[in-house]
Design a protein around this ligand. Structure first.
Ligand code: M6R
Length: 605
């Protein structure tokens, strides 16, 4: 959570920082702030709330500068307020910092500094970094940075400026992402690639316990012992347009509409002569006796879908799906015969990183499915395959989720083949079914007008339940998460058969909408009878199905999606569910791309 950016170069730092923060705002939007260096020292402006508030304040006048740092905050320690916003300065205003992460021992450090007479201005853990730096500072900022880093426990990506050393911008990383961009007019630091794309596609990925020293025309890297480190300059393939709304009112809608392309690109990434394919070939599934899929949020839901696919296709004896936040503390029975599959768009989710490290420490082999190249999970897992979703900006994931699903299908099909469970003909058929997904996704998107209209009449529900069986239940989890996170309507997902064991008591006549997902053909009659049960208790029903039989009336509406191999149908039904959530939220006037209390990359526990 939180986004940081810094610039040093020939141009005015202020617009570069503000534009960069706009691209990072998905990481947190409780407050924003900027500090620039001028001949009078640091000028700092901070504002509680969205970045637009800071921009308004800036329009009242702010000095130009060739060097500055900026921050967009997701509050952890200390309420969202102007004073708790970053950048933070030490008491003597000599050192300014922006921080993404959590300093776990900040209380001890704060007490220590207070005992030495340091007076703190904010309630944040981050201020301790600026104060500690000033406390240690004796004229050599690099020496100070190393000393401070050795005292900090927790996670941090830092941008640091020192007023005695105005031509230097320092970046430090431990357990939170930080990227260094090199452009024609200067050098930049940022928490994520989209913030840099306007200026460069040439980047260095800072590793843990590394320091970058940026001047306007040079960058050097060091470890915490001050030994110089060699790093490789990488080229980003994402285009600048991919991080823009491109005429859509929200990133979420743009990203929903991009799904046919994302599916196509991700499918292509699994064809012969690709890196993803080569990596998958390397994994001999026959060596393992257990597969654990672990992730958070929607990525976890993708894992739940894939468990059904793995079980059906691979007939593998032990396949588990675990929430990463549970897995990391669970003392699971795993060893070198366990394949742990990690799924993460950002590759920076704290719980998923911890789950990966836990799995590795117990000898398991880790395979990650990640969207962001250079991310921690991508770098640390034994094997990584990448989704080709491009930058996903909306907090609610859509296209990255779809890309994860497709790679998980491929995994299941390829593993199944290696295990000797598929004959060539079925193997070919399944791969062809996956290849047909992009065109069929386009067909689902053609329902947009109906869904928009239906959603506009669905804004007043107190509760929405998503039900389905088997694979339809798995995708119901994602439909429900999407709706609640962006529209704030209470919603739950239930396995159809569970309703009668308690949940049906919640059906409150026409105050309740039930979204029935029925794409698993063999279970269709069962789902249908569950739907009858809620209809007879007065609920309204929206059906998402590839089965023609469903008749509609004033209480039942239907979105028909193209037919496909049952196990892959979640890739189509989810698009209808995403559009539904999107338009419900839009009609409720919600801040769709930045839902309250959330941030896209959950880099804290
Ligand atoms: O970056 P990750 O895929 O690891 O993120 C996992 C979850 O935080 C994420 O899927 C979250 O649930 C989304 N907001 C859901 O739309």
């Amino acid at each position: 959570m939180c986004g940081i950016i810094g610039y040093i170069g020939e141009e005015d730092a202020v617009p570069i920082i503000i534009e960069g923060l706009k691209k990072l705002e998905y990481r947190g939007y409780d407050s924003a702030g900027i500090a620039v260096y001028t001949e009078n020292g640091f000028d700092v402006l901070k504002q509680k709330g969205r970045l637009s508030g800071l921009e308004e304040k800036l329009s009242g006048g702010f000095p130009q500068s060739h060097q500055g740092i900026g921050h967009t905050r997701w509050a952890t320690h200390g309420e969202p307020s102007d004073i708790n916003s970053h950048p933070h300065l030490g008491t003597d205003s000599k050192i300014a910092i922006v921080h993404n992460g959590i300093i776990e021992n900040y209380k001890q450090l704060k007490e220590y500094l207070e005992s030495k007479g340091v007076v703190f201005a904010s309630q944040t853990d981050s201020e301790v970094i600026a104060q500690l730096a000033e406390y240690y500072y004796e004229g050599d900022i690099m020496d100070t940075v190393c000393k401070v880093s050795s005292r900090l426990e927790g996670s941090y990506a830092l941008g640091i400026m020192c007023s005695d050393d105005p031509n230097t911008l320092i970046a430090v990383k431990k357990d939170n992402p930080l990227i260094i961009g090199i452009s024609e007019h200067g050098n930049l630091i940022a928490s994520d690639v989209p913030a840099l794309l306007k200026h460069t596609n040439k980047v260095y990925y800072l590793d843990d316990n590394e320091i970058a020293v940026l001047k306007s025309d040079s960058i050097n890297f060091f470890d915490f012992d001050m030994d110089e480190v060699d790093k490789t300059l990488e080229t980003i393939t994402w285009s600048m347009d991919s991080a823009e709304k491109g005429g859509y009112p929200h990133f979420m809608l743009k990203e929903i509409m991009e799904q046919p392309k994302v599916l196509r690109d991700t499918i292509n990434s699994m064809m012969t002569d690709t890196e993803n394919n080569r990596i998958l070939e390397e994994i001999d599934i026959r060596k393992f006796d257990k597969i654990i899929i672990t992730a958070c949020g929607s990525a976890y839901n993708a894992g739940v879908v894939s468990k059904y696919v793995f079980e059906e296709l691979c007939r593998f004896p032990l396949i588990e799906v675990e929430l990463a936040s549970e897995f990391r503390y669970k003392n699971s029975v795993i060893n070198d015969k366990t394949l742990v599959i990690l799924v993460s768009q950002s590759g920076e989710t704290a719980d998923t990183i911890a789950a990966m490290r836990e799995a590795k420490s117990k000898g398991a082999v880790t395979l990650s499915i990640v969207n962001v190249i250079g991310s921690t999970i991508a770098k640390e897992s034994d094997y990584t395959i990448f989704t080709a979703a491009g930058p996903e900006i909306a907090v609610a994931t859509t296209k990255a989720f779809s890309a994860q699903l497709v790679l998980l299908y491929f995994l299941a099909v390829r593993f199944s083949k290696k295990l000797g469970r598929l004959d060539e003909a079925l193997y070919e058929k399944l791969e062809q079914e996956i290849v047909s997904l992009p065109d069929k996704a386009t067909e689902v998107l053609e329902h947009i007008d109906f869904i928009q209209k239906y959603a506009s009449n669905s804004v007043a529900y107190k509760s929405v339940f998503f039900i389905g069986r088997n694979i339809d239940y798995a995708i119901a989890l994602e439909g429900s998460l999407k709706l609640k996170e962006i529209s704030y309507i209470h919603s739950e997902a239930y396995a159809g058969g569970e309703l009668k064991h308690g949940t049906i008591a919640l059906i409150d006549g026409e105050n309740t909408l039930v979204v029935g997902i029925a794409c698993c053909k063999r279970l269709f009659p069962k789902t249908l009878s569950n739907i009858e049960q809620v209809l007879s208790r007065g609920a309204n029903v929206l059906f998402v199905s590839n089965i023609e039989q469903v008749t509609t009336d004033e209480k039942t509406s239907k979105i028909t999606i193209p037919d496909i191999y049952d196990l892959f149908s979640p890739s189509l039904s989810v698009i209808a569910l995403q559009l539904f959530s999107y338009y419900v939220a839009a009609n409720r006037g919600c801040d769709i791309d930045k839902p309250r209390n959330l941030a896209k990359s959950v880099t804290v526990e």
